[in-house]
Write a protein that binds this ligand. Sequence first.
Ligand code: AMP
Ligand code: MN
Ligand code: MN
Ligand code: MN
Length: 286
Amino acid sequence: MNLDTTLNADLHCHSVVSDGTLTPEALAERAKAAGVELWSLTDHDEIGGQQRAIDAARALGLPYLTGTEISVTFAGRVVHIVGLGFDHTSVELAEGLRATRGGRGERAREMAASLAAVGIHGAFEGALKYVGNPELISRTHFARFLVDAGHCADVPEVFRRFLTEGKPGFVPHRWATLRDAVGWITRAGGIAVIAHPGRYDFTPTEEYALITEFIAHGGRGIEVVTGSHTVAEFQSYAETATEFGLLASRGSDFHCPEESRVDLGSLPPLAARLEPVWAALADRIH
Ligand code: AMP
Ligand code: MN
Ligand code: MN
Ligand code: MN
């Protein structure tokens, strides 16, 4: 199998096991139909969909890497760490993710109370209707409720008016530590990757701290080409990857046909000078 930068790898997307709207099986079919050559399902804080994704990919002859996207609190902000190519039967990883998911139910009730204070009632029950996995109730499910109930025109408007710092429905939360998230992935035989670095409002100094601490904990990769980046960020994070000696990753972050700007397998390839994360995971491909 060719594992250079021209491979159409899509190593970031979400199913109903977290906040996507398609099943792992439907995503596998969509990836295959879109020409994806190496796929990973990276549900938030969950690996409950991994065996289904492995089986569905195998049935389609679609090479697959195990995946997850872990919510981390770093310097008081939320950072996402993608894990790729780990042993999905790792007990330490499963337990760590279970603990990370732990406070979501209570947080969701507090989010609903905060929305009720501005006159939006029934948000908890409303959001729950969109949830596939009750342990994974997320802001995305609240966003779908707010759109369908007519409070906002679309999901981006929700995140401009609600659910983010200083806005109704925002509830601060303590997620996993960077050290733990990178450690769980690495000790399960996988590679930890900083997800969509361009999405954090970090200063250059804060970004430097994130990357150097991530590497100190054993992190090895960074997303360069992602649905969350602009074309300019494809360039600037390619430089970051080179500068820090990080493996480069590529993924759409696809959640939903109606909501996602970028479909599976549709982004440009990684720059040829980069070292793709999948070349380092050749022996982990299902
Ligand atoms: P949570 O893990 O519950 O805090 O929810 C985070 C999820 O909300 C992310 O994984 C995205 O799917 C979604 N999200 C966050 N910010 C935005 C945004 N500005 N536009 C659309 N979706 C967003
Ligand atoms: Mn999401
Ligand atoms: Mn993310
Ligand atoms: Mn994601």
